[in-house]
Design a protein around this ligand. Sequence first.
Ligand code: ADP
Ligand code: MG
Length: 360
Amino acid sequence: MTQKTPPRLEVQHLIRDFAGRSVVSDVSFRINAGEVTCLLGPSGCGKSTTLRMIAGVDRQNSGRILLDGQVISDDSIHTQPEHRSIGLMFQDFALFPHLSVSQNVAFGLKIAKSERDQRVAELLDRVEMGRFAKAFPHELSGGEQQRVALARAIAPRPKVMLMDEPFSGLDNRLRDEIRDATLAILKEAGAAVLLVTHEPDEAMRMGDQIALMRKGKIVQGGAPYNIYNAPLDRQAAGFFSDINVVEGRVQGALIDTAFGAFLAPGKPDGSKVEIVFRPQHLKIDFDRSGSGPNPTPEHGTPARGIVERARFMGNESLVEFRMDFDGSTLRATVPAVFLPKVGTPLWLTIRRDRCFVFDA
Ligand code: ADP
Ligand code: MG
């Protein structure tokens, strides 16, 4: 019989309280070697605390942490951080200022000098910092320091890499480039990666899996595509983008709205629900905008709104409408070639296949 390989990293039912206040409440997940999981959630939800327990610099009140199926931390075992084969990269996990770039990378390598020199040279090449080998950290830009920190972290070939908001100190343009380069290097290194972030864009860009965290709990986990397109609730939907909400009441498994009827499978008659959708799924009905509404099965009934604000955003325009039917505001993002004047009446439809129906 073949035995199934255990995940590289597994945490089971982690619980951490500080002075009686629950900060991490029953967190469990697994990450395979070569996979990146992003722990995503708002500031203060317990992400860093979770990561610190896995690193071994903090200890859970209860729960277990396993590496390749071996317990490294539970009620009785607590493997010291330096013996966990875990690499760390934090935003403020600075390089040693008094050591050169190559000395920084060599720091954690407990191998013979010749082998070490070769490994350091290889790593610096890999992060395209070879020509800076003799430089000191203060001579480098933020992005360059970040590359060195990455080389240093992966130098001992850790089984797991823990990264806590590692890119938040970098400016926007540089950040995307470093993120992509880092991802490629981490994939190649084959470690299991846990990346903590409060930015949904970063989580979607970096993660094979996203674990969405809220108030100490993982409320939803899955591939970025699934988390984005099948959010658990209104809050989860709203964490990834602006959202529009149309309220309604269920009657015979349908919700009757100004945009026509929406399906509400499984929702009891009389219950209040919210139809939630993203701005890119509110469509301006250009064909009918001259002549008035003309229902279609695909898009339902168009509803009229008056342009209240229109903003050019480069790639797209953000248009806000005040809706005739109830005075509410709905937002649309449209290609930036289109920027309507404030006060223009337009007919709007909703991409029904992109709507989420939640209990109100
Ligand atoms: P995140 O990384 O998601 O922003 P943290 O895990 O850093 O959140 O913190 C979660 C909560 O736990 C915060 O309210 C924080 O103040 C609290 N906390 C974290 N570490 C400690 C500690 N050592 N002592 C007391 N409270 C702490
Ligand atoms: Mg944090």
